[in-house]
Design a binder for this molecule. Sequence first.
Ligand code: FAD
Length: 557
Amino acid sequence: MAEQPELTIQGWGPHPTGGSTDAAGDRAPGLEAVVPKAARRHLAKELGWTPRHTPPVPVAEIRLAPSRLPAPARLALVELLGEENVRTDRESRLLRAGGKSYLDLLRRRAGDATDAPCAVVLPGTTEETAALLALCSEHDVVVVPFGGGTSVVGGLAGVDPDDRPAVALDLRRMASVRELDVPSSIVTVGPGMRGPALEEELGRQGLTFGHLPQSWEFATVGGYAATRSSGQASTGVGRFDELVTGLTLATPSGVLELGHPPATAAGPDLLGLALGSEGTLGVITEVSLRVRPKPTTTSYEGWSFRTWAEGLAALQRLARHDLLPDVVRLSDVDETRANLLMSGSAGARVLRGSLRARGRGEGCLLVVGWEGLPDMVRARVRAGSALLREGRGVRLGRTVGESWRKHRFGAPYTRDTLLDAGLLVETLETAATWAALPTVYDSVRRALRDALTTGGRRPLVMTHLSHGYPTGASLYFTVLADRDEELPIQQWLGAKRAATDALLAAGGTLTHHHAVGADHRPWLEREVGALGVEVLRAVKTRLDPKGICNPGVLLPD
Ligand SMILES: Cc1cc2nc3c(=O)[nH]c(=O)nc-3n(C[C@H](O)[C@H](O)[C@H](O)COP(=O)(O)OP(=O)(O)OC[C@H]3O[C@@H](n4cnc5c(N)ncnc54)[C@H](O)[C@@H]3O)c2cc1C
């Protein structure tokens, strides 16, 4: 199998649009190349920030603790997988040191990878994975499944309360299509498969699975299932967990084959237990997914609403009439303004002028995308547009929608540049009912602002609504602030704590699609209750009696 591109150790990447390459590898492009002057001025004024040059330490200087993998465990792993699939070299370990949250990046950029796994193991089959888990149980070695490495909640932290040595179990050797059942619209794939490769294979049959998170280039099918991911078109095609028709879970106690399409009433849904289990119950070694014909027509458009409340009300009406588009993304005033300034294109300047002329200079941008057969798209666009207009929306046309579509995977690359310029850049997300959304929105913004406003610093909190449901929607917050170079980790931890408390108190869920990981686990009990946590723990104890499967995530201490 061809090697897939790697994420860079200290950021996203490799940077397709340029940037310089130094001895350490790939470097993000400079601020001037990525952020237009007007946007730099806007950010400096809003945040009380002066751009500065704060590049990460060279990769060669990153600190890595010596591998603690005991020799007998290493020997047994080599016997099982072969020497080439048990790696303890520096680069392999650095590349699996944590995920891509702001906190992960801060540590890697500061030259700290002392939390890296002791080794990287690469099984090639379900049987090898099950044998590996049994072997690691026997040798008391922690196993952290590693898909694409894009976790943003500390899902790959590898923290063990008993401080046992840990290995990263990389799934890239299980990354092929195993079966395509066209009549039933089901594809069965290895968990290490990434979106682009799967879409390419399905595309040859005129099919798609349609899951498009922003991390699409690097994240894997197994990771999507383990975190209950949600993509940009999830309002239309469904969340990833809704696409899964079955999976195989290798655990230290044996192998579970879960799911029975098209439907079953054979007791409670065990498949549902594996989805979102974040590697704590075992390793997902195969996933069956619903696929569908590639859409023959797509229609992406921009709309503008005078206020966030008007936009919310219009979308709520669409939801009530089952007319939500496949892609729906309503930005609040702060996000709309920043996105238009960041774009810097002539088109964006024209749009800003035209919005001002229509009295919507401070409005909220809505991007909607409809996909499917031509007649259905036409009918849905007509009915949906009528409701948006009734809700006082102004249609901006296709250029805006297509521009968003073209640039939708670009933000993570820009993040590296902003980090290099001394900014705090992080996101968080939740979901709530339509009734609770306005309170959640206000409370989280207030909490973030209060926590991050100190000594002349003010954060910019930008929000969009995406992933609409008949009963509610998710909210996604992007936070920018002048980074506290003395205590950057504490600066964000304080804000995150305040925002999480606020969103739970206002009726939001702990996480709509990023999962629990290490970062959210102190709050899990507030979400599912003490008994709920006990039930999850009992299941884990049965499947993973020695507690070697990703012990630092999901379940609170
Ligand atoms: C820039 C950026 C944008 C993002 N955008 C989105 C988005 O739009 N929507 C969204 O839902 N998420 C998004 N994420 C979060 C992340 O991409 C998702 O959580 C994704 O599902 C993780 O997939 P992965 O393959 O990278 O998993 P990893 O990060 O490797 O692992 C995630 C967790 O799942 C476990 N795991 C991985 N594979 C397996 C397996 N086969 N069996 C058992 N456990 C396993 C890991 O141990 C870990 O706990 C984004 C992240 C970044 C950095």
